[in-house]
Design a protein around this ligand. Structure first.
Ligand code: CAA
Length: 291
């Protein structure tokens, strides 16, 4: 009995996909830094964006971040630091056509703009070109992972893989399973997160998963305090840094996450559940984003 159950465990884990080759779609801040972390942990990565200018900017961003990492890793060893930056940077391939790039990959990670229709179309298209074993994952913060999975014919090989800004420093990855995600896919993505040097947590497909489910209402409530004229932004920031030990106050964090991202998230949730008081639109957030 004992040996049977241990061998069946081994068989189950043997079936998991060992992700070594990744395609990251989207050359914005998140896609770029996911690619950086993957290359730095010995994965082969192709970073894809339709626009060449964006890819040039992505490389610049990776270089700057790698220089910060190198400064810590190679104290008083300028040559070693330079070598590390050049080698890591040269290992990241950049391409403009996603479809031609997914023929031979273990995993596609999507990190494009938070738009359901565009993301669905992307996955639908990639599904036609990807090989059978390829896993699909989305780094979405606000879209329902289940809806994205439904745009493909590989629902069991689809999950959320949610990273946090700044990706090279933040240890957390949320692995989001939909009702269709297979245990093989889920287990493979947990393993990958660890191989990327991260700490994975499991989440169901609820709005904001774990982190944003708690963080977004907190950040928006800080904006509401300010909108009501109850206190200054500076005092709110100071209170949360000195009183709660947070590294940033909520207004600093909002700027860091970017106001447009926050609006995408809040609008999406409000559309899903318009009666929820936590998801009500914020007039000052809308005004600032419009400006
Ligand atoms: N890459 C590599 N290294 C970086 C870096 C980057 N992008 N950004 C900062 N660093 C390094 C710096 O070089 C510095 O290194 P040294 O200690 O050697 O000097 C170190 O990190 C600390 O940086 P700073 O001195 O500039 O500033 P800090 O001490 O305030 O730390 C921070 C910066 C890590 C961002 C910290 O303020 C923090 O943890 N803030 C909270 C961030 C947060 O809440 N992230 C989650 C956002 S939500 C999200 O991402 C998900 C979503 O879906 C919206």
């Amino acid at each position: 009995m004992c040996s049977m159950s241990s061998s069946s465990t081994t068989m189950a884990s043997a079936k998991k996909i060992l992700v070594k080759h990744m395609k990251v779609i989207g050359g914005g801040l998140m896609g770029t830094s996911i690619a950086q972390v993957a290359v730095a942990t010995d994965h082969t990565v192709v970073l894809v964006n339709q626009t060449e200018d964006i890819l040039v900017k992505s490389r610049k961003g990776i270089e700057e971040s790698l220089q910060k990492v190198a400064k810590k890793k190679f104290v008083e060893n300028l040559k070693g630091a330079d070598k590390f930056v050049t080698k890591t940077l040269s290992s990241i391939l950049t391409r403009m056509d996603a479809a031609s790039m997914v023929h031979s990959t273990d995993l596609v990670v999507e990190a494009i703009v938070e738009n359901l229709q565009m993301t669905n179309e992307l996955f639908k298209r990639l599904g036609k070109f990807a090989v059978e074993h390829t896993l699909f994952a989305s780094n979405t913060s606000s879209l329902q992972v289940t809806s994205l999975a439904n745009s493909t014919t590989r629902q069991d090989q689809f999950a959320g893989l949610h990273f946090f800004n700044p990706v090279p420093l933040m240890k957390l990855v949320e692995v989001i399973e939909t009702p269709m995600t297979s245990q093989k896919t889920f287990g493979s993505l947990l393993d990958l997160s660890k191989a990327l040097g991260k700490h994975p947590v499991a989440s169901k497909d609820i709005p904001g998963f774990i982190m944003n489910h708690l963080l977004v209402p907190y950040l928006i409530e800080a904006v509401r305090l300010y909108e009501r004229g109850d206190m200054s932004k500076e005092d709110v920031n100071t209170a949360m840094k000195l009183g709660a030990g947070y590294p940033m106050g909520p207004f600093e964090c909002l700027d860091y996450v970017r106001l447009d991202t926050m609006k995408f998230i809040l609008d999406g949730w409000h559309e899903m559940d318009s009666k929820n008081p936590l998801f009500q639109p914020s007039p000052s957030l809308n005004k600032l984003v419009a400006e």
